[in-house]
Write a protein that binds this ligand. Structure first.
Ligand SMILES: Cc1cc2nc3c(=O)[nH]c(=O)nc-3n(C[C@H](O)[C@H](O)[C@H](O)COP(=O)(O)OP(=O)(O)OC[C@H]3O[C@@H](n4cnc5c(N)ncnc54)[C@H](O)[C@@H]3O)c2cc1C
Length: 438
């Protein structure tokens, strides 16, 4: 282990996902000295944590970073594959010559001895180095980490277990598969496995929970576009009356297919997926589930209907010509008669060969070693992306400032705002030595 000499910069950015790249774009354009430290490679949450056939859930017009305009040859309403998006982010970093240091893992951030600057310690291979900065932007991802629940350890070893972030393609799974979690990832996975004739080799079980559904298209447009036009995407966090909205997970929907498609629990059931309620407990023989599948279908149906009624209101108020019979969507039809497989309340271990945990993602901020910055759950405390201490910021979190903050569509506005804060605080630093390991 060796420790290098100090380096100096005005700003350190942690993470080279879209949020880190976006703020780096503004800093570079303004000539502000900075480094972007990335533990893996550019866009690694996309390249390393998504399955092979993953397609973005947001259409092309929503996936632009600062400085970008949609190429006129690109279908604005279509969806990119993850490989295309990763390549797009890599090209973005190259085009603007952003100072990104890959394989540089930030291990701790501390206050510097003058109590004004910050020490950002990072490792590169066996080397441990520190950069001293006046300002810090944490863009390390609110969804860049994953893990299986503690209960997974009690499940017999002969059952193969993996996290959805480790799943790549159907070749990895064998026999009867239990997918736990019916959020965006869980339902997309269930659909992939059932559609690829996997069902001939085994059953696909889906342990569901109350998750909202969005119709993919409605009255001639992608639903996201209606949400944008009606102002919902720009709904501000500080004006939110129902704060529980901030905890809701991404709705069930898919970007697979030319213009994506709706994916519902009832459409999955028709395709052959066997639904169960929420995974409750395990013992030495079985896994037990709640008898709540119908409620989960009802929750999704209700949410989809609510979204459509809001759009109807907007269309009517603005006298928009958008025929009701456009984009009739069978997968989105509420199914009040749904009887499903809610009879399955338990599965014996010998009924399952593979379990895929699709129970969500989270961020890890424990490398921030300044006590007043994290709450009791080790999550950042901030107001509109500003920490409760000077010159310390966050980017890329859901509801950072607006509904759209946690998706690609929101990163331009948020990063521009944080950049303006940085500019106000700009202080002169001696321009340290260039980092050697690039
Ligand atoms: C399954 C899934 C699908 C999604 N689909 C869409 C979609 O279709 N459209 C959309 O707009 N949004 C989508 N999102 C939401 C969001 O756009 C992504 O989560 C996106 O990756 C967030 O970008 P980010 O830059 O904030 O964080 P990330 O992309 O997660 O980037 C953070 C980076 O920080 C690095 N890092 C973390 N810790 C450290 C450290 N200690 N030191 C150095 N580097 C570190 C990570 O390696 C990572 O590269 C999806 C999210 C998930 C989980």
């Amino acid at each position: 282990m060796s420790s290098k000499e100090y380096q100096y910069r005005e700003v350190a950015v942690i993470g080279a996902g879209q949020a880190g790249l976006a703020i780096s774009y503004y800093l570079k354009r303004e000539g502000i000295s900075h480094i972007v430290l990335e533990r893996n490679t550019i866009a690694s949450s996309w390249s390393d944590q998504r399955w092979d056939s993953f397609t973005l859930n947001t259409p092309n017009w929503m996936n632009l970073l600062p400085g970008e305009v949609l190429d006129e040859n690109i279908d604005r309403e279509a969806f990119m594959t993850k490989d295309e998006y990763v390549e797009k982010l890599q090209n973005y970093a190259l085009r603007y010559a952003l100072p990104i240091f890959e394989n540089h893992n930030v291990e701790r951030i501390l206050r510097y001895k003058d109590n004004k600057k910050y020490e950002v310690w990072f490792s590169y291979g066996d080397e441990h180095t520190v950069v001293i900065v006046n300002q810090v932007v944490v863009a390390s991802g609110a969804m860049s980490e994953y893990g299986n629940p503690g209960i997974a350890a009690s499940i017999p070893k002969h059952i193969k277990q993996m996290n959805v972030a480790e799943y790549r393609n159907p070749a990895q799974v064998e026999g009867n598969v239990l997918i736990v979690g019916s959020g965006q990832s869980g339902v997309q996975l269930a659909e992939e496995l059932i559609q690829r004739e996997f069902s001939q080799k085994g059953n696909i079980y889906l342990a569901t929970s109350p998750v909202a559904r969005s119709p993919r298209r409605y009255r001639g447009k992608d639903m996201m576009e209606w949400l944008y036009l009606s102002g919902l995407m720009n709904q501000r966090t500080d004006q939110l009356t129902d704060r529980s909205l901030m905890k809701s997970v991404q709705p069930q929907v898919s970007g697979v297919g030319r213009y994506g498609h709706t994916v519902s629990l009832q459409s999955l059931s028709q395709a052959g997926v066997k639904h169960l309620g929420m995974l409750q407990i395990v013992d030495d023989r079985k896994i037990y589930f709640t008898d709540t599948v119908k409620q989960h279908i009802y929750t999704a149906d209700k949410h989809s209907d609510m979204m459509k009624r809001e759009v109807d209101g907007y269309i009517q108020a603005h006298r928009i010509a958008a025929p009701l019979d456009q984009d009739i969507d069978l997968a989105d039809i509420p199914d009040s008669q749904y009887q499903a497989d809610s009879g399955i309340l338990q599965l014996e271990y010998d009924q399952i060969d593979t379990i895929i945990w699709a129970i969500g993602y989270h961020g890890n901020f424990t490398y921030i070693k300044i006590s007043e910055l994290l709450d009791e759950k080790q999550q950042p405390i901030h107001l509109n992306g500003k920490a409760p201490i000077d010159r310390f910021y966050y980017l890329g979190f859901p509801w950072l400032t607006m509904r759209k903050s946690g998706i690609i569509f929101g990163v331009k506005e948020d990063s521009e705002r944080i950049f303006n804060e940085i500019k106000k605080e700009l202080t002169k630093v001696s321009d340290g030595k260039e980092l050697k390991s690039q």
